[in-house]
Design a protein around this ligand. Sequence first.
Ligand code: SF4
Ligand code: SF4
Length: 385
Amino acid sequence: MKNPFHIMLIPTLGCPSKCSYCWSSEEGSPVMSIDIVREVVAWLKDFREDRVTFTFHGGEPLLAGAEFYRQALPLLSQELHKLSPEFAMQTNLWRMTPEIAQILAEYHIPIGSSIDGPESITDSQRGKGYFKKTMQGYEIAKSHDLNVRFICTFTNKSIKYKEEIFNFFKENGFVLKLHPALPSLRSENPKEWALEPDDYGNLLKFLLDKSLENIGVMEVMNINDLCRCVFTRRGSVCTFVNCMGNTFAVGPDGSIYPCYRFVGMPEWVMGNVRDRPTMEQLLESEPGRRMTAFSEYVDTACRDCSHIRYCRGGCPYNAMAPTNGSIEAVDPHCVAYKKIFDEISDRFNKEMFENPVMEMSRFPSRSRKSAKPGMMALMRTIVEK
Ligand code: SF4
Ligand code: SF4
């Protein structure tokens, strides 16, 4: 069960890598001081009572160094013990050292890292040498029993190699989590790498088939999450819930944002941990009001969609970033979400229709066209986890 409350700590926006499609790295970005972590602790002591997950994100969070984590982790876990803090980290692993790995292992911190498939594909879109450096860090993490999973960014170039990429993850025993390359807002050619929503939807359908062919052998996290959404009729990852009020990000200087994706954009600062804002004050800030307005917009824009309950218009960042914060549309990946949610719903319904024991009308159906078997088996493996 995921914790309902999520704080992303962004120790720096700096990153030693130069991935071609990355939009969340800034050269010369300052690094969070341990004083800011103390302020985070003071802010959260009376902020909310739910269990919390802290994710160290970036930029590249390992640039903060071993001493930062040696101090930050006990501070957060001991001073905020009533929130039962759990931790996670998203890193390219380049700066992983045995010393840092040892500290992270003491707190059982799961690591999310990034590779885009075999070395040649990864390096072609993340830069020469990326794959080897990440794998070196991976070996250090593994030797300290850290659990590492890889996010694979699919671009409009790498999607041509989707079979090869899937096989790479399978042969190496890696769980696959995919991320579609987004249009870069900081580039002169924003769509150079971006995956078109229609292609993203087809990719998800391809991965659904692959998941069914490989039940018990290979997991695709996105497919598990999407099936869970349809089956429980509740969003289970941030893209498919109303993230406002449940997720916040803290930048290197203590500024609070709705999510890591907004960090470094002054117009999205909701407050600062030094001022210990209440939830009401954050929601009343200009970015807070914009996020609430997005949720209200979704109520109208998506009202005829059978997936609104668990999709909730997708990611507000994806929706608002291209229009500089004005609310003109839902997440442009709507096309992809509809495609995969329809597919999952249809297949579930088809299976239940064919098997009277399972028959219940809980999934919205578009059609009775032929569906491939195996959805209930897949769902069972997800639930048993
Ligand atoms: S803005 Fe998007 S990425 Fe960020 S928490 Fe919300 S849904 Fe997730
Ligand atoms: S699939 Fe599209 S229309 Fe349906 S809820 Fe999601 S964003 Fe809205």
